[in-house]
Structure formats: structure tokens, C-alpha cells
Design a protein around this ligand. Structure first.
Ligand code: NAI
Ligand code: MG
Length: 492
């Protein structure tokens, strides 16, 4: 028997039963047991949700609610999330297996994102363009319309805030589809949306499977934009179905981020950051520093020390306060990580530490922090996103070589380097093909900082005022007040 049941989905401001009459069984990845049942939305529910969002766009949400009031609603939502952070964090930890310390932090960060965009809501304006003396030209930034938000399972609530914040600040209506692996916190979010008193239909929550609910949202002619976070394979499918009505797209599709340590780095700081950037969240993060390039004079020392740190990471039950990383979120993800570890060994990489199930766990999707050395940059271990706690360590000689190796990958989300040389830092920042380059730190994400990928890592940007642009259409308006007669090519 599951411990929690959500038998309704949230459409048009109402809690309704899903057409399917079925539910999604959500598994606690630390026990491999079903712990929650969540009503399953399918195509028919997505259709209703899109219609509800459309009527919200045609009602007071667009015509009466002021930008400042949209900001107020987002502030209220942020406050409610802070109030309920501890409770929802625990549910999130049960659903996706992250340690409580991480999910608690994510609730706070989600509230920070909502707060940033609450403040942005009344600062979204167009510009006036002095293109002719006897005319007024200006741009309006209008909402795109109905936004389909398709989310993954690695940081559910935080990523909801990344999409809802800018979408709602800019005046859009949203149909939100959580990942089938982690639907629970989305239902809690829907409760808070209702409590915050957003107008009906402004946010709709449809937990469902990718093939059904997700695909229906991507193909829906009444949806104007898809904002997606997940794998680039799914992004491709969404892009194809989204072509029906040329939907606007924002994709964040993960990466294989290079983390480059020069011999002149502050080694102590770099070690702390490289370790957490490789193993935090059991490796289930789009911004993982999963390819660690170390300049040769420092290589063996750094490798030894990061492996020693990896061995000390406490793998444990998500609700245990001393746990540093939990299990992987699903059996599929665990199998994927294990298959890359096997491939790494077959392809001749040297396993330095980890690679197996940690001692003391006979169930749950647990895996040890794993370090491979001597990894060939063109090998699958160094080229493909694993999404598990598996680090590939690669030596290099020169700055040029580091750039070539770092860029020789299909992804481009985050890149980071450690050096004391200011000139090199800026040269590298310009040369690295990546949406975020960090120097003497790694993968800083913040509501103020635009975030997104080059190459297969994505399309568009999230966060910062930049995100607002991706949730608006620009309309140019030209008003002519020239008293002179207009040019007439057909005179005489
Ligand atoms: P996925 O991309 O299949 O799932 C993400 C979301 O897309 C889920 O809500 C899913 O229901 C939905 N979806 C699936 N198929 C769809 C379709 N045809 N149309 C519309 N929506 C669809 O990712 P999955 O299978 O859960 O994870 C596989 C790999 O993807 C991971 O191992 C990791 O490498 C990568 N990934 C990257 C993430 C990131 O943060 N960028 C997050 C999650 C996964
Ligand atoms: Mg689950």
C-alpha cells in the first residue's frame, strides 16, 4: 500500500479526476517500493488544461491583472513555499532520493527564483526607437501565450520555479507536466498555486507520462511555447512535434561539462569544488563537472586527492541527516550509470575508486562515487552524459590543448577553469564553447544569471532578465504623424 495518494489533477483552478482513471505509482528509490500514487493525466486532460490556460489568457489575467499584481502573486507563492519547505522537501526526498539537506536547499532556492521574477514582473518593458522624426516607434513585450512546461526528475521543485517565475512574470499561462518519476511535489505546488489565488487556468498541473501527456503538450496546436528540461533525445522529438505551429522553444538538455585545473590553481579550493561538482546529487545534475582536465604537473596529486575525497562521501538514506548523497532516482538511471562504468572498463579507462554498490545496501538504487583515470577524451565515458556520480579525469599539457579537449564534445552547458593567470582566464572564457564559463569557481546558478547551452545542451536561456525575453513576443508599433503627404509611387 502506498503512503500517499493524490487522486486529482489541477486544471482551470479545479481539482478534477483524470480521464484515464489510472494513477502513476511513484517509487521511493531508497527502498524500491511504491510510496505514492498520483492521478495520471493523458492527452484528454492535456487538452482541457491547454483550453483552461487559453481562457485564462483571454480573461482578466491578460486584461485586468497588472504587472505589479502578477509580481504580488509570485511573492505570495514564494512565501508559501518557504512556509512549507520542510514538509515538501521531505516529500521530494522520498520521491527522488536526494538527501534532505539538498531538497531543503532546493525549496529555498526555488523561493529565491520566484522572488527574483516577482520583482521582475513590473520591469518588463519595450523600447522607443527614434527611427524617424515624424513618427513614434516602440516595441511591446507581450506574453507568448500558453506555455507547456515539461520537467525532469532531478530537481523538480527548483526547476518548476525556473519556468513558472519568468513565464508568469511575463503574463503567460502555464500547463506544467512533471516527470513521471517524481510527480508528488508538483501536486503540492498546485495546492500552493491555489492558496496564492492565481486566477483559474493560469497554472495547470498535469502529471503524466512523456509518451502521452508530454507528447500531447508538445504537439498541441493551442500551446504557443514549450519550455523543456531533460535529454536531448526527447528535445529532438519535442522540436519535431512542436513544428506543427512553430512553437517557441526553450530547451535545457544537460551536458558533459569540462572542469579544467591549471597547475597554478588554488588547489585546496579547486579540490573542494571539483569534488562537489562531480558527485553532488548522485551525479544527477545537468551542470556536472564530469570531465576533469588536470594540467600534467598537478595531475597525479590531484587525482589521488579527489579519489580520496570521493571515497569519503557518505552515501545513505535520503532522510538521514548525515547522508551526503542518496540513491539514483530510478532503476533506469542506475542501469544507465552501471552500463557506462562497464563501458569505461572495457574501453581501457583505469578505475581508481568506486564502480559498485556501496556496502550495507542490499536494496535501493545506490551506487558508489566513481573515479576513472587515463580516460580517452573521445571515449564514450568522456563524451556522453551519464547522469551518475562518475568522474573522468584527463591530463593535459597546454592551454591550447585544454581548449581543444574541452570543446571536443557535442555539449556546451558549463565550463570552468582554475588559474591564477588573469589573461589566461579571459582568453579561455572567450574560447570555451559553453553557455556558462566560470573561473575559480564552478557552475554558479543564480536567478540573476542567464543559463543555458551551446550545441546539444540546449536552445534559449533560463534565469536572469534574459529568461523574460524567451517568454515574450516583441511587437513593433509604428505611429506616423508626418504632416507631409506620403510618398505615392502611383501618382501620375
Ligand atoms: P527525458 O528527457 O525522457 O524526460 C524529461 C521529461 O520529458 C519528462 O517529463 C518526460 O516525461 C518528458 N518526455 C519524455 N518523452 C517525451 C516526449 N516524447 N514528448 C514530450 N515529453 C516527453 O529524460 P529521462 O529519460 O528521464 O532521462 C534520461 C537522461 O536524460 C538522463 O540520464 C540524463 O542524461 C538526461 N537528463 C537531463 C536533465 C537535465 O537536467 N538537463 C534532466 C533529466 C534527464
Ligand atoms: Mg519516485
Amino acid at each position: 500500500m502506498s503512503e500517499r495518494t493524490y487522486d486529482r489533477i489541477y486544471i482551470g483552478g479545479e481539482w478534477v479526476r483524470p480521464h484515464s482513471g489510472r494513477s502513476i505509482s511513484s517509487i521511493d528509490p531508497s527502498t524500491e517500493e511504491v510510496w505514492a500514487e498520483v492521478a495520471e493525466a493523458d492527452e484528454r486532460d492535456v487538452d482541457l488544461a491547454a483550453a483552461a490556460a487559453r481562457s485564462a489568457m483571454q480573461g482578466p489575467w491578460s486584461s485586468r491583472v497588472t504587472p505589479a499584481q502578477r509580481g504580488e502573486l509570485l511573492y505570495r507563492l514564494a512565501g508559501l513555499l518557504r512556509r512549507d519547505a520542510a514538509r515538501i522537501a521531505e516529500l521530494e526526498s522520498r520521491d527522488n532520493g536526494k538527501p534532505l539537506r539538498d531538497t531543503l536547499g532546493e525549496m529555498q532556492r526555488a523561493a529565491e527564483w520566484l522572488t527574483f521574477f516577482a520583482g521582475a514582473a513590473d520591469k518588463i518593458g519595450g523600447e522607443q526607437i527614434p527611427f524617424r522624426p515624424n513618427a513614434l516607434a516602440y516595441t511591446r513585450r507581450e506574453p507568448v501565450g500558453v506555455v507547456g512546461a515539461i520537467l525532469p526528475w532531478n530537481s523538480p521543485m527548483l526547476l518548476y520555479s525556473w519556468k513558472l517565475g519568468p513565464a508568469l512574470a511575463a503574463g503567460n499561462a502555464v500547463v506544467l507536466k512533471p516527470a513521471e518519476q517524481t510527480p508528488v511535489s508538483a501536486m503540492e505546488l498546485a495546492r500552493l498555486i491555489a492558496e496564492a489565488r492565481f486566477p483559474a487556468g493560469v497554472v495547470n498541473v498535469v502529471p503524466g507520462y512523456g509518451q502521452t501527456a508530454g507528447a500531447a503538450l508538445a504537439a498541441h496546436p493551442g500551446v504557443n511555447k514549450i519550455s523543456f528540461t531533460g535529454s536531448h533525445a526527447t528535445a529532438r522529438k519535442i522540436m519535431q512535434s512542436a513544428s506543427v505551429n512553430l512553437k517557441r522553444l526553450t530547451f535545457e538538455c544537460g551536458g558533459k561539462s569540462p572542469h579544467i585545473i591549471f597547475a597554478d590553481a588554488d588547489v585546496e579550493r579547486a579540490l573542494v569544488v571539483a569534488t562537489q561538482s562531480a558527485f553532488r546529487s548522485t551525479g544527477q545534475s545537468c551542470s556536472l563537472g564530469s570531465r576533469l582536465f588536470v594540467q600534467k604537473p598537478l595531475y597525479s596529486e590531484f587525482l589521488d586527492r579527489i579519489a580520496a575525497r570521493a571515497r569519503r562521501i557518505r552515501v545513505g538514506m535520503p532522510l538521514d541527516k548525515s547522508t551526503q548523497i542518496g540513491p539514483q532516482t530510478s532503476a533506469e538511471q542506475l542501469a544507465k550509470t552501471q552500463s557506462y562504468i562497464a563501458t569505461g572498463k572495457q574501453q581501457g579507462a583505469q578505475l581508481i575508486t568506486g564502480g559498485g554498490r556501496p556496502q550495507g545496501f542490499d536494496r535501493g538504487y545506490f551506487i558508489e562515487p566513481t573515479v576513472f583515470a587515463g580516460v580517452e577524451n573521445r571515449s564514450r565515458l568522456a563524451q556522453e552524459e551519464i547522469f551518475g556520480p562518475v568522474l573522468a579525469v584527463i591530463p593535459f599539457d597546454s592551454e591550447e590543448e585544454a581548449i581543444a579537449l574541452a570543446n571536443d564534445v557535442e555539449y556546451g552547458l558549463v565550463a570552468g577553469l582554475w588559474t591564477a593567470d588573469v589573461s589566461r582566464a579571459h582568453r579561455m572564457a572567450a574560447a570555451l564553447q559553453s553557455g556558462l564559463v566560470t573561473v575559480n569557481t564552478f557552475r554558479t546558478t543564480h536567478p540573476m544569471l542567464p543559463y543555458g547551452g551551446y550545441k546539444l545542451s540546449g536552445v534559449g536561456r533560463e534565469s536572469g532578465m534574459e529568461a523574460i525575453h524567451h517568454y515574450t513576443e516583441v511587437k513593433t508599433v509604428v505611429v506616423d504623424f508626418d504632416p507631409a503627404p506620403p510618398a505615392d509611387p502611383f501618382a501620375d
